[in-house]
Design a protein around this ligand. Structure first.
Ligand code: PLP
Length: 420
């Protein structure tokens, strides 16, 4: 459920017509609904209300400061994967006691910054990283809290690029070697083992892989107990899918119902790292039709948003519904088109072979479900300034990131004297 609905013949975000936003900030632009964000966060958080838990929003999905702040005010922590994300989280005043740090390639500087910030824990992905954290913590005279990320070798049945819990994946420590790694971790002087972590993939549309992976992790927790390695936190990662087209993913309550019986008596705090399910359907990308073009073999609808603004279709072949902002235009004669952007790549498309109502130049379109892995994955390719981001709350619109300028594009670049 989201707050982008047709009213009086126009697509609105809450009480603001998207056409008004396009007029004020131009296109392309990202628009997020405050009400949808809140509702999604609360649905997730309250589904687990009977279990001690921390929701650590996976900020890789959307790291705008205003959105982080909004979620932090609701009680959310964050799952970070870089020093840059730590910086953003701190700027948004996310409590450091609710920050967990994953990723296979944490640098020593990032580890140092995170220890300085006294984050809740590192989710460690290899023994080499464990040693690096131990060394940095020793230099600083502190102990680092860690969870080990286990790769349970469970197929999440999603796109291969967003499957992370299979043997061949770069993430985590294999379940077979986990006990050994935990023993190593407990022997290191500047490491405090506090948890176990897993995240098997994104856009999961069934609870079964979650349950299977959790069972494996809980088997390990039992084995650790026998070795007197106490675990206080079990982190089940993120991954709950959303509806892009006609998927019917489980609701947070379904996930909670499936896993609660397994963790109820565990005496551990459950950590969850949802990203997409909180923000995905809370955002759209608004774009304008520039031209239509009849190719030899295909029809093209050329719009002003491109793969640099939203790379998911090019990268994963992902589907995003595309709706005209004028409702009347939605009922026009349909034709099969490729919706493409101005970037000079054949892979630059937002939709392929899509039945779309005919649209004239100037027509505004909303690319739906673009709130997760949208703006955060955007780039300046083809020297295109990145789009602005707007947060709508009721009848108010707030620009939460300004459109980049041409000057922004060259910031930090210099021409050396010998070229002058
Ligand atoms: N946690 C970790 C470690 C991840 O790598 C990811 C996504 O890649 C997430 C959480 C969030 O996943 P999702 O957005 O599918 O909930």
């Amino acid at each position: 459920m989201h707050d982008f609905q047709y009213r009086q013949g126009e697509l609105y975000c809450e009480d603001v017509p998207l056409s008004r936003i396009a007029k004020e900030v131009g296109t392309p632009c990202y628009v997020y609904s405050h009400a949808t964000l809140l509702r999604h966060f609360r649905a997730y958080d309250s589904a687990f209300q009977n279990i001690p838990h921390i929701v650590a929003f996976a900020m890789k999905a959307n790291s705008n400061l205003a959105i982080l702040r909004l979620l932090a005010r609701e009680g959310s922590g964050v799952d970070i994967v870089s020093g840059g994300e730590l910086y953003r989280a701190r700027q948004a005043e996310v409590p450091t006691s609710k920050i967990v740090f994953a990723g296979v390639g944490k640098s020593r500087e990032e580890i140092r910054d995170a220890l300085k910030s006294d984050i809740l824990m590192f989710n460690v992905e290899s023994s080499a990283e464990l040693h690096a954290i131990d060394e940095v913590a020793a230099e600083m005279g502190v102990r680092a809290r860690v969870a080990l990320r286990i790769n349970p070798d469970i197929d999440p049945k999603t796109h291969p690029y967003i499957s992370t819990g299979l043997k061949k994946s770069k993430f985590g420590i294999s379940a077979d070697r986990a006990l050994e790694e935990f023993k190593l971790a407990s022997s290191l002087k500047h490491i405090e083992v506090v948890g176990v972590h897993k995240h098997i993939g994104s856009q999961l549309t069934d609870v079964t892989p979650f349950v299977e992976a959790l069972r494996k992790v809980l088997g390990l927790v039992e084995a650790l107990k026998a070795q007197e390695i106490g675990i206080r936190y079990v982190n089940i990662g993120g991954g709950l899918g959303i509806t892009y087209a006609d998927e019917s993913p489980p609701r947070p309550q379904d996930l909670a119902d499936a896993i609660s019986p397994l963790v109820r008596d565990l005496k551990c705090v459950l950590i969850m790292e949802p990203g997409r399910v909180i923000v995905g359907n809370a955002g759209v990308l608004v774009t304008k039709v520039l031209y239509t073009k009849e190719g030899e073999a295909k029809r093209f609808m050329i719009v002003d948003a491109a793969m640099n603004d939203l790379i998911r279709p090019s990268l994963y072949g992902a589907y995003h519904d595309i709706r005209p902002i004028r409702e009347a235009a939605a009922h026009g004669e349909r034709k099969t088109v490729d919706v493409v952007g101005p970037v000079c790549e054949s892979g630059d498309f937002l939709a392929k072979d899509r039945s779309m109502p005919e649209a004239k130049p100037g027509e505004l379109l909303a690319v739906m479900s673009a709130g997760a892995y949208g703006f955060v994955m955007s780039s300046n390719y083809n020297s295109r300034p990145r789009a602005p981001e707007v947060l709508v709350k009721g009848g108010e619109m707030h620009v939460i990131r300004a459109r980049e300028t041409y000057a922004d594009l060259v910031r930090g670049e210099t021409i050396p004297d010998f070229l002058r």
